[in-house]
Ligand binder design. Structure first.
Ligand code: NAD
Length: 399
């Protein structure tokens, strides 16, 4: 396969941006676009035509897109609820799938996703771009070199003030509003969990066994709406939201490690992922590093850049810097396309997707039951014990 021909389903903010990343790749062609709203798909088709001189096929029905002969890979950038059904249908149509992140609504959906991939055997890639971030990769590289000793605990967060995006969901035709009105859970676990799961070898020598979740009260959105009464949809005034403002989840792993996740999206705050790794020989948090034997002297993980994987140091990455999230999205798409063309296994696969996404529905049950522990299924059918450790990129072999 010289060129990968992509079809995109869901052309809101993320679909539009991912499509730009794809269009900038010489060995990729965007041949089809789909959104429930024709204007969103047409906007992207217009851009394609103006910049690249070709107009992709446009539809509002993803079933038309997935049956096309000129689509090799379906990129799913739609609303959370639609990810798994579209991915299953696309795999059954024989298309490779790259699916954007979000949480699952039921364990059955996760099992169905895994089963569809196993039965069809088509490549499946979970687009968790945080796994390709500079800091997360450098820390993982250092962990592989024994820098942290035995890793005992990791934590992370999705701290992002999304009040405007949520509250103006009707105007923006955005899915978060309905989720925050109707659910109370860790609805977006993978940005923080993905890199941690990779670091701890989840599904590859280790697995997540159980979790407990607690939700704070829900106050942020109501107050925001009250303060913006003249601008918001009048139907939202006085409405109660199910979603708590801060959701804390604790996960226990098979080899004893604990993982703490925090979802924090409806109060004023600065963006952070609070990526923290704590081992017997070192601790790091947001690039601050403390090593055993150095007292409490704080240095930076960036002092150890010789361990940085090539994707963050070579020229290719320089040229990707303009792609989304400071180049991360370009690296992620490059990895997907390279694996697809070479017929190599995807470094974030369907077992990762299922294990990470199921945290949402399990946290929902745990919260509803007052913080009761929930068992996390083993989607690998026991294979986690024998699957070799595999990182998303290669780390340098530093002496
Ligand atoms: N990895 C990242 O950094 C990152 C950043 C932003 C969003 N995302 C993810 O990308 C996805 C989209 O987020 P967004 O902010 O662009 O949302 P959005 O609402 O702006 O876009 C989603 C689009 O999907 C369309 N859609 C929904 N169901 C569909 C269906 N069945 N068929 C066709 N189109 C459908 C909607 O009409 C909408 O235009 C989400 O999963 C989100 O979590 C990831």
């Amino acid at each position: 396969m010289e060129k990968v021909r992509m079809g995109f389903v869901g052309l809101g903010g993320r679909g539009h941006d991912n499509q730009q990343v794809a269009l900038n790749m010489k060995d990729v062609e965007v041949t089809a676009l789909c959104d429930l709203y024709l204007d969103k798909a047409e906007r992207c088709a217009d851009e394609n035509e103006q910049v690249y001189g070709r107009r992709p096929f446009v539809t509002t029905d993803y079933k038309e897109l997935i049956k096309r002969d000129d689509v090799d890979a379906v990129i799913i950038t739609s609303a959370w609820e639609s990810h798994i059904p579209i991915a299953i249908d696309a795999m059954k149509a024989g298309k490779a799938v790259a699916m954007e992140v979000g949480g699952a609504y039921s364990l059955n959906d996760c099992f169905d996703l895994v089963r569809a991939q196993e039965e069809t055997g088509v490549p499946f890639f979970f687009l968790e771009n945080a796994c390709f971030c500079e800091e997360e990769l450098l820390v993982t590289s250092l962990v592989r070199r024994g820098f942290y000793g035995d890793v005992v605990h990791c934590s992370g967060a999705y701290g992002h003030d999304l009040r405007e995006e949520i509250v103006f969901g009707k105007e923006n035709r955005h899915y978060r509003l309905r989720n925050y009105l109707n659910r109370n859970c860790e609805n977006y676990p993978t940005h923080e969990l993905g890199p941690i799961a990779k670091l701890l070898g989840i599904n590859r020598g280790n697995r997540m066994v159980s979790l407990v979740s607690m939700a704070s009260k829900s106050a942020g959105l109501k107050e925001y709406i009250n303060n913006n009464k003249d601008k918001v949809d009048p139907e939202l005034i006085g409405k109660d939201f199910m979603q708590g403002d801060v959701i804390t989840t604790l996960i226990k792993c098979a080899h004893g490690e604990t993982i703490q996740l925090r979802l924090d999206t409806s109060l004023p705050r600065a963006y952070d992922r609070a990526f923290t790794v704590h081992g017997t020989r070192a601790w790091s948090n947001n690039s601050m590093l403390v090593r055993d034997g150095d007292g409490e002297k704080i240095t930076s993980i960036m002092d150890h850049k010789e361990y940085m994987p090539k994707c963050w140091t070579d020229e290719m990455t320089e040229s990707l810097r303009d792609s989304g999230h400071g180049g991360v999205d370009g690296i992620e798409f490059r990895v997907f396309v390279d694996c697809l063309k070479a017929g190599k296994p995807m470094p974030i696969d369907v077992y990762d997707a299922a294990a990470w996404m199921c945290i949402s529905c399990l946290s929902e049950t745990s919260i509803a039951q007052g913080g009761m522990p929930q068992e996390i299924p083993d989607f690998t059918h026991g294979q986690w014990m024998i699957r070799p450790l595999e990182d998303v990129v290669e780390f340098p072999d530093v002496e």
